[in-house]
Ligand binder design. Structure first.
Ligand SMILES: Cc1cc2nc3c(=O)[nH]c(=O)nc-3n(C[C@H](O)[C@H](O)[C@H](O)COP(=O)(O)OP(=O)(O)OC[C@H]3O[C@@H](n4cnc5c(N)ncnc54)[C@H](O)[C@@H]3O)c2cc1C
Length: 437
């Protein structure tokens, strides 16, 4: 087994996890990353594991679905999780990172691994007989997408994702902003920008009639519900935003002593705290419109943009038709999909699928049968979801309790019962792979 080199295509979160997991198991890896020779519409650097949008990897509490997934990733030796913990910035209960420090640390780890050889070139086709993991993400290059679509006999699926703007911290008008997390006035993790009723509705009106970037001819405009552009939320109803990303519940504006009518939260982008992300403000407004409309929020009247919001294609496969339970492509036992191309959605979900694909490849190379963890675990629930043959209209999915096996326990005890059941199930599965410490 040690003589075989595995090809991993894509040096994002899933590709890095897959390469590292294989290398740590003694298997040499050729890792293909096309940046900086060829970039994607969203990446800015040549760093491996670059985060293209939010710097938050979501919550860590094991009583939540995101926390459960992180608990499992820690047991699997996730290098993405470990690096995130080492480069984290304050963000309340969420695990948020300094994006550049995170990417640089991951790059250094992978680059210095003696069993990983990095090739900075576009991966365009699969060599027969070479175990291969495809982890090229939502912005997989066109050449490879066409190759894979031909190979699997399916059409690729695309929809838009939108990036939130980032502004210079010093340009926020602190006379109209205050620190605090929801229900926690003492916290300094978030900077909050309140709006009164008149300003809020004027803002919504402008969003509704705003100029947007037109989709390109080969792209259609279906959105993932958890990542809706702010102007699309506004179009769904004049109050949708203040029940969504501009929800004021749990805040008291120190200036007025009462709850604001609506509120935008700003989250730190880096440890220095000199840049802020507009939370939940993914957008496809033109740059000019972003400047014109977002300055209607009093705290952002003079905001300077370090990065504007934007929109991009997302590519994923119809996994229930294409994939086996070990993430190998039907009819191609040595070719595995990993990360967002499998139809999971989110940073940690993608990382998890990177490790699973590597473990499945390791099993296949040593003639063992790979069984995924059970659907009562977070990782297993994601695999069940993307490989459920009964699915007719497949859509990407984050980890959530809705896709985990239902629990027969009273509501009050359900979270704890779920955690206990998951722990038992996951640990039993781990032992079967001998990857537990
Ligand atoms: C615009 C946008 C915003 C997003 N916002 C969020 C968010 O806020 N939160 C969240 O959790 N998720 C977000 N996502 C989803 C996010 O991309 C995934 O969660 C995660 O990055 C997927 O990891 P991955 O490893 O599968 O892909 P990626 O991290 O994208 O890595 C894929 C890598 O493959 C490389 N590549 C592509 N084609 C080739 C090729 N042919 N040969 C060699 N290399 C290639 C790319 O350069 C890239 O480095 C967003 C996605 C997009 C597109």
């Amino acid at each position: 087994m040690k003589e075989t080199r595995v090809s991993v295509a894509g040096g994002g979160l899933a590709g890095v996890e897959a390469a590292y997991c294989l290398a740590q198991s003694g298997v040499p890896v050729n890792l293909f990353e096309m940046r900086p020779v060829k970039s994607t519409p969203a990446h800015r650097t040549s760093l491996l594991g670059e985060l293209v949008c939010s710097n938050s990897l979501k919550g860590t509490d094991p009583l939540t679905a995101h926390g459960l997934l992180k608990k499992e990733l820690a047991r699997l030796g996730s290098i993405v999780l470990k690096t995130a913990q080492e480069t984290r910035v304050p963000a309340g209960k969420a695990l948020a990172v300094d994006r550049d420090a995170f990417g640089q640390a991951l790059t250094d780890i992978v680059q210095s691994h003696p069993l990983i050889e990095i090739h900075r070139k576009e991966f365009t086709c699969i060599e027969p007989g070479i175990p291969t993991i495809i982890a090229t993400g939502p912005l997989t290059s066109d050449k490879l997408t066409s190759f894979l679509a031909d190979m699997t006999g399916t059409d690729r699926l695309s929809f838009y994702d939108a990036i939130s703007p980032i502004i210079d911290a010093e340009s926020v008008d602190m006379n109209h902003a205050f620190f605090g997390s929801r229900w926690e006035i003492e916290s300094t993790d978030y900077l909050n920008c309140p709006l009164d009723k008149d300003r809020y509705y004027a803002f919504v009106e402008e969003l509704i009639k705003s100029d947007r970037v037109n989709p390109r001819s080969f792209e259609d405009t279906r959105f993932f519900d958890a990542c809706l552009p702010v102007e699309v939320i506004a179009l769904r109803g004049r109050d949708s935003l203040r029940f969504g990303p501009m929800r004021p519940v749990g805040f008291t504006d120190p200036l007025t002593g009462s709850r604001p009518y609506a509120l935008l939260q700003l989250r730190r982008e880096n440890l220095k705290g000199n840049a802020y992300n507009l939370v939940g403000f993914q957008t496809r407004l033109t740059y000019t419109e972003q400047k014109r409309i977002f300055c209607m929020i009093p705290a952002l009247a003079g905001a300077e943009y370090l990065r504007f919001g934007s929109i991009h294609r997302n590519t994923f496969f119809d996994s229930p038709k294409v994939l086996n339970k070990d993430l190998s492509i039907k009819g191609f036992p040595l070719v595995f999909l990993a990360g967002q191309v499998t139809g999971v959605e989110g940073y940690m979900e993608s990382a998890a699928m990177g490790i699973v694909a590597a473990l499945a490849a390791l099993a296949k190379m040593s003639g063992r049968v790979f069984s995924p963890p059970g659907p009562d675990t977070a990782t297993g629930a994601l695999i069940s979801y993307i490989t459920d043959e009964h699915t007719t209209k497949f859509q990407p999915m984050n980890i959530n309790f809705g896709i985990m096996e239902p629990l027969d326990a009273p509501k009050k005890l359900r979270q704890q019962a779920r955690l206990e059941k998951e722990s038992l199930s996951f640990e039993t599965w781990l032992k079967s792979f001998d990857v537990s410490s």
